[in-house]
Design a protein around this ligand. Structure first.
Ligand code: ZN
Length: 136
């Protein structure tokens, strides 16, 4: 697999609007997109830092993945997303190499990306997302 750059860093927050105020007013970043991903029970806010984005994630339901994460570990870095090419070929390759995947095939994430998660069990403790922007 070839990773071109860090596409984004996902950060779990308990209050999205308060977190946006911090990133905008204190860090001077500009939120350019707010989007709900129903599938993952999250509301997301995006900031551009160079070619990498910061993705803030607020749970829309207590039993969603982000809600559970915050309950267990508190707010903080949730995942790192690497930009790749040919995600649908990479996933079976990883699986054949004994890597534990959360998503065996890509699904739609925020910002129209094709995304898949690799289980932290196989990555020395980090939830890794691989993602690809599909040109229409
Ligand atoms: Zn992500």
């Amino acid at each position: 697999m070839e990773i071109s750059h860090i596409e984004h860093i996902g950060i779990a927050v308990s209050n999205l609007s308060e977190a946006i105020i911090f990133y905008e007013k204190k860090l001077g970043l500009k939120c350019y997109n707010i989007e709900e991903v129903k599938d993952q029970k999250v509301k997301t806010a995006f900031f551009m830092v160079g070619q990498t984005k910061i993705e803030l994630l607020e749970s829309t339901e207590e039993d969603g993945p982000i809600g559970k994460f915050i309950e267990k570990k508190g707010q903080g870095i949730h995942h790192i997303a690497f930009a790749v090419k040919g995600i649908e070929n990479i996933l079976p390759e990883l699986e054949n190499n004994g890597i534990h995947l959360i998503d065996k095939s890509p699904r739609k994430g925020a910002e129209g990306l094709d995304i898949a998660f690799i289980h932290p069990k196989s990555t020395h403790g980090v939830l890794i997302e691989i993602c690809e922007e599909k040109k229409k």
